[in-house]
Design a protein around this ligand. Structure first.
Ligand SMILES: Nc1ncnc2c1ncn2[C@@H]1O[C@H](COP(=O)(O)OP(=O)(O)OP(=O)(O)O)[C@@H](O)[C@H]1O
Ligand SMILES: [Mg+2]
Length: 265
């Protein structure tokens, strides 16, 4: 059995008059330590799919159907108490721009400790030690200073590393990274991808990596899903999808990759 199996996932949003289906019958599966990419144009349903898996879609506005089975438990059916042990603990999420997800008024260290406060019983000193260790693990050179900084005092790349530290501090089995590098410049993007690769290799953490950037997905991921208008139009090994796409939509996405004149690959 896979670690994560999503089957026939549909997400609908209701307002007073209409119902909109945002995601249709999405299937995916991931084993421990897998890195799966999701690509697709803006509005194709990548974030909605990710939020549903991470348990971050409000139960009131969004109707979810199908199955999200994590280690044998259907997250769409299980009681809240069990859900809280999985979502935010076994499954954590990293977002595009940590400035929007970090609280600007709280120091970074306090926010990196969040998972420990919610999911463990630890005293302050122990939490601080763990937070510093997590910040060091993401290759921040002065973890103590970062711990004592406010989010706006860090560069974009440092903030994203701190966000990854916050996601990793409780040693999740799956990290969902939704466009984690999109707000960063190209060299920093590559560093963050290298960091995720290292975490995956050393810790065995599975990564669901959502990106517009097909070449980053190709560098990091083994398998990829291509989404369009809420549907998975094609899925499989990156090698075969990127070298031999079957669907016109995938071909279109690939042909839209800007050619780098300096690339001699
Ligand atoms: N809170 C919401 N209420 C209603 N519809 C929404 C909401 N959030 C997103 N949508 C719609 O759901 C669809 C899927 O959006 P989603 O954010 O998953 O796309 P995406 O693939 O992540 O796009 P992007 O690449 O721009 O991040 C879009 O049509 C979007 O307009
Ligand atoms: Mg998105």
């Amino acid at each position: 059995m896979s670690m994560l199996t999503v089957k026939d996932l549909c997400i609908k949003v209701h307002d007073r008059k209409t119902t909109d289906t945002l995601v249709y019958d999405v299937d995916l599966s991931m084993d421990k330590g897998d890195i799966l990419g999701i690509v697709g144009e803006s509005g194709s349903g990548k974030t909605m799919t990710a939020l549903a898996i991470a348990g971050l879609l409000s139960r009131h506005d969004m109707e979810k159907s199908g199955q999200i089975i994590f280690e044998g438990i259907n997250l769409l059916e299980v009681e809240r108490k069990v859900l809280r042990k999985i979502q935010g603990n076994e499954i954590t999420m990293v977002f595009q721009e940590p400035l929007n997800s970090f609280n600007p008024l709280k120091k970074v260290g306090w926010q990196v400790e969040e998972g420990l406060r919610v999911h463990t019983v630890m005293d302050k000193i122990e939490m601080k030690d763990r937070a510093i260790e997590a910040l060091r693990d993401v290759e921040l050179s002065n973890p103590e200073a970062v711990y004592n900084s406010y989010p706006h005092e860090l560069s974009g790349g440092m903030r994203q590393r701190a966000m990854i530290a916050a996601a990793m501090i409780i040693q999740p089995k799956l990290i969902i990274a939704d466009e984690p590098t999109t707000a960063l410049d190209v060299t920093i993007q590559a560093e963050i991808v290298e960091l995720l690769k290292r975490i995956n290799k050393e810790r065995g953490t599975a990564i669901l990596f959502i990106s517009h950037d097909l070449s980053l997905v190709n560098t990091l991921c083994e398998n990829v899903l291509v989404m369009q208008n809420g549907l998975v139009v094609e899925s499989g090994k990156c090698d075969s999808i990127f070298n031999n796409p079957k669907e016109d939509y995938t071909k279109k996405l690939i042909s839209a990759i800007p050619k780098n004149p300096f690339y001699k690959g």
